[in-house]
Design a binder for this molecule. Structure first.
Ligand SMILES: Cc1ncc(COP(=O)(O)O)c(C=O)c1O
Length: 415
């Protein structure tokens, strides 16, 4: 692809190897239209948006436009948006703020399957004397709403429940949870990093107080995100400094990143309006083909509502780390759970919460799709994945008798 600024961008030519990228919940490729809009703010229009002269007004106006575009995607008002460095910062900002304003005897609630960007700060506040309730989920990853309501106490300062799970794609009934919190006078935050741009969201029809999002999950740049703060809700800044973002987040704005986020939001709204059809149909075709061709394969969260791009599959008789290695050799990028845990030996906390006594957490793979995937890539993945699983199963049996590694055994003959 060639654009007016002379910049050439080709998604696959950027590495030596041809690859099939099925890990779009970890991050997504930048849309070339996003890059095109960002470039002038990395080169020509470098003014500080807080400066008073006309040259800097160009950057200020670009931020205003990004705020409007994101507000349109979220169904909220532009002043309700605070730009941040991403999902992790947005989550931390909410938890910090809610506890600043909370009276003594604080209590917070989250699900046990939240991303580490919620779990870790909650574990930290627990160490500082705050009481934390982590609510479990059923085998499909669903929350029990009655159990949730019963967990709310008079001193509960904040409830944080993700909109879509990053590992399984399972959706929580966030509008209902927000309604319960509003009735009980408790602040409600949702980590919507994986839901945004995948399902329609209209915040003005909900009782959500805070929502976190991240640009790199929907074809925008990394290191930029936003926090929605309902206009009736106070926010005490996590990062205090200059009065940027209406004194809600200090620091000179990441202008090019914010411009990229805004453009990505505008494009996402367009694809959402078209129903994200290609992504859903590719995911469904992939899932159906794998279930039909691989015995002992099942979908994690099969009976739950899920975002249209995610397929978390469990395979009997394999170790996901071994499959990942072999798929990597075949140029297929996917993941054993969340990207943050790749390389660690720890099994997925999400899959363990769904089935504490099973071993599905060690036998699962996450495939996540985007509008940049092609039908040809799905064809190829559907051909390779069953062969890799079969190869590993064949080598696992002698390993169990003789104690050698299925990965080492499978490498020379990888299909
Ligand atoms: C559900 C969820 N929340 C938060 C994050 C963190 O977002 P960021 O990478 O922008 O900090 C991620 C990223 O994987 C995520 O999937």
């Amino acid at each position: 692809m060639h654009n007016s600024s002379g910049f050439t961008y080709n998604r696959t030519a950027m590495t030596d190897q041809q690859f099939i990228y099925l890990d779009n919940n970890a991050t997504t490729p930048l849309d070339s239209e996003v890059i095109e809009e960002m470039l002038p703010f990395l080169t020509t229009f470098y003014g500080n948006p807080s400066s008073g002269y006309a040259f800097a007004a160009r950057a200020r106006k670009a931020i205003d436009l990004a705020r409007e575009r994101l507000a349109a995607l979220l169904g909220c008002e532009p002043p309700e948006i605070v730009f941040t460095s991403g999902g992790t910062e947005s989550n931390n900002a909410v938890i910090h703020s809610a506890l600043q304003f909370a009276p003594l005897g604080k209590h917070v609630i989250a699900s046990a399957v939240e991303h580490s960007a919620v779990l870790r700060p909650f574990q930290d506040v627990e160490k500082c004397g705050c009481s934390v309730t982590f609510l479990g989920v059923d085998r499909d990853g669903n929350l029990d709403l009655a159990e949730f309501e019963a967990a709310i106490r008079p001193e509960t300062a904040l409830v944080s429940m993700m909109w879509a799970n990053n590992e399984t794609g399972v959706l929580f009934p966030v509008e209902k949870i927000a309604g319960i919190c509003r009735r009980k006078g408790v602040l409600f935050h949702t980590d919507a990093v994986q839901a945004l741009a995948k399902i329609p969201i209209r915040l003005r029809d909900t009782a959500v107080d805070f929502l976190s999002l991240s640009a790199h999950k929907f074809h925008g740049p990394k290191g930029v995100g936003a926090l929605y703060v309902n206009r009736r809700t106070r926010l005490s800044p996590l990062i205090a400094g200059g009065g940027q973002e209406n004194a809600r987040r200090g620091g000179t704005e990441n202008v090019a990143g914010i411009v990229g986020l805004g453009k990505a939001a505008e494009l996402a709204a367009k694809y959402l309006a078209e129903g994200n059809c290609s992504v859903r149909s590719m995911r469904d075709r992939f899932e159906k083909a794998i279930l039909e061709s691989v015995s002992g394969a099942s979908v994690n969260g099969a009976d739950a509502l899920r975002i249209p791009n995610t397929s978390s599959l469990s395979f009997e008789g394999i170790e996901s780390s071994a499959v990942l290695l072999l798929l990597d050799r075949q140029g297929i990028c996917c993941s054993a759970g969340s990207a943050c845990r790749t390389g660690s030996q720890e099994a997925s906390h999400v899959l363990r919460a769904m089935n504490p006594n099973g071993d599905g957490a060690r036998r699962s793979l996450r495939f996540s799709f985007s509008r940049f995937n092609t039908e040809a890539e799905i064809d190829r993945a559907v051909e390779i994945v069953p062969k890799v699983i079969e190869k590993l199963r064949q080598t696992a049996a002698p390993m169990q008798r003789g104690g050698f590694s299925p990965v080492a055994m499978a490498l020379p003959g990888t299909p």
